[in-house]
Design a protein around this ligand. Structure first.
Ligand code: SF4
Ligand code: SF4
Length: 278
């Protein structure tokens, strides 16, 4: 069994151009409703937690690292894969399944998800998938939503009805939306239109800031960073202790470092202020 429990897809104009995983899914527009429920009494309980590709967002890596008591670097080394993807403009991070034949998620137990409060965005969203149109300069991309109807999942036979928004609210997706959108805006930035590619140094910077927040914190506080950059209204001490605030600032910093946007100001007196590495 291979599940389509997955994250965000880029979708083009017509159905023939939809990614394979979305071809047989139902599009959910506006207030369209769907029937679904998921609970331990269902015969399929945890069947969806094996043999799956789960893309992790920066907020996922951070939440799971904190939940498991690991640093972000330790979590990345122990629990993720970073496949080499020549046709993607930025690296992606996937949750590593265990080495058994079933390829179970390392966090699944007979009682369910052992990291439930920190479960990834894709796990919260399932059975909903999100599609984003290709980036267009000056156009705010409007996500589209799809309903996966996998045969192994009995949740679709339940009578409880939801709109996409109700489901997202119930699953705690809306509470994370600000930081998730900040990330989507980076990876879908119009700078990439026409196949432009970042140099390896900037790709490395993206990976550190987005996924390895503990190392980014050291970069901010243990190098010349604060001498070289004016953080504006950002209270420095908040960034020292508040993970979400640091991640939000990190996205601002990446817009400056990757795309040259004036989202962070170099201090004029600092030599080499525009350098993006320590
Ligand atoms: S209902 Fe679907 S999502 Fe819930 S446990 Fe069963 S397979 Fe997984
Ligand atoms: S993180 Fe939790 S919900 Fe997601 S696949 Fe693993 S056990 Fe299942």
């Amino acid at each position: 069994m291979s599940s389509s429990k997955s994250a965000t897809f880029n979708v083009a104009a017509g159905p023939s151009e939809l990614p394979e995983a979305l071809r047989n899914s139902r599009q959910l527009q506006g207030d369209a409703t769907f029937c679904f429920d998921c609970n331990p009494k269902l015969g399929c309980f945890t069947d969806c937690c094996a043999n799956i590709n789960i893309l992790l967002t920066p907020a996922d890596v951070l939440g799971l690292a904190r939940r498991t008591g690991l640093t972000t670097r330790e979590f990345l080394d122990r629990h993720t894969l970073v496949p080499i993807t020549e046709n993607l403009h930025l690296p992606i991070v996937m949750l590593r399944m265990d080495d058994t034949a079933e390829k179970r998620c390392p966090f699944v137990t007979a009682a369910g998800c052992s990291v439930y409060e920190a479960r990834p965005w894709a796990c919260r969203m399932y059975p909903i998938g999100m599609g984003l149109p290709p980036a267009r300069a000056g156009v705010e991309p409007e996500p589209g939503y799809f309903l996966f109807q996998d045969d192994f999942c009995h949740g679709h036979k339940e009578s409880r009805t939801w709109t996409v928004e109700q489901w997202q609210r119930d699953q705690g997706v809306l509470a994370l939306e600000e930081v998730e959108k900040g990330f989507r805006d980076l990876v879908g930035h119009p700078w990439f239109i026409g196949g432009r590619k970042l140099d390896p140094r900037r790709i490395e910077m993206f990976f550190m800031v987005a996924y390895d927040l503990d190392t980014f914190r050291k970069f901010v506080f243990e190098t010349t960073f604060l001498k070289r950059f004016d953080l504006g209204d950002e209270p420095v001490e908040v960034l020292r202790t508040d993970d979400r605030a640091l991640l939000r600032f990190g996205f601002r910093w990446l817009r400056f470092a990757m795309f040259g946007e004036p989202t962070v100001k170099p201090k004029p007196q600092a030599a080499g202020a525009a350098e993006v590495a320590p």
